[in-house]
Write a protein that binds this ligand. Structure first.
Ligand code: DQA
Length: 148
């Protein structure tokens, strides 16, 4: 059944370890906290959220494909796949939904290999360096473009 009041929230490799992973870079907020923030923010706009996290590129691609059936937008933090995966970028293009790309850290202030994102070329908006609040901003952005 088509359900166009839903956002897909995708978190990629290693983001399941948020809270303990390099807290000096990523902070101490957990993935569960981030999923809750996104869900609460979406609810303020009449949207719900399906949150997925995987360490496996193919699983993420399958989840992006599934969004075609019941979502009106995708918020994605692809983790390191940001910088390597043409396949994730192609999947996002293929489903033809608005995409908001999120990075907890400011990738442009870090190592040069983090400066390029394949996903940015297919994203409507990008937020980097705002911490967890970036997810809320991404949700609000997609909610504004949403026509009920
Ligand atoms: C990240 C930045 C990436 O470079 C890194 O590989 C991550 C997290 C971020 O949220 O800042 O896993 O996407």
């Amino acid at each position: 059944m088509t359900h166009r009041h839903r956002l897909l929230l995708v978190n990629g490799p290693n983001l399941n370890l948020l809270g303990t992973r390099e807290p000096e870079v990523y902070g101490t907020v957990t993935l569960a906290d981030i999923e809750k923030l996104a869900t609460v923010t979406a609810a303020e706009h009449g949207l719900d959220v399906r949150a997925v996290q995987s360490n496996h590129e193919g699983v993420l691609i399958d989840e992006i494909h599934n969004a075609r059936n019941d979502c009106c937008g995708i918020v994605i933090n692809p983790g390191a796949l940001t910088h390597t995966s043409i396949a994730i970028a192609d999947a996002l293009s293929a489903v033809n939904l608005p995409v908001a790309e999120v990075h907890l850290s400011n990738i442009h202030r870090r190592e040069p290999f983090r400066h390029h994102s394949y996903v940015s070329a297919v994203a409507e908006m990008v937020v980097a360096g705002a911490g967890p609040e970036g997810y809320a901003a991404a949700v609000r952005y997609l909610a504004q473009g949403h026509t009920p």
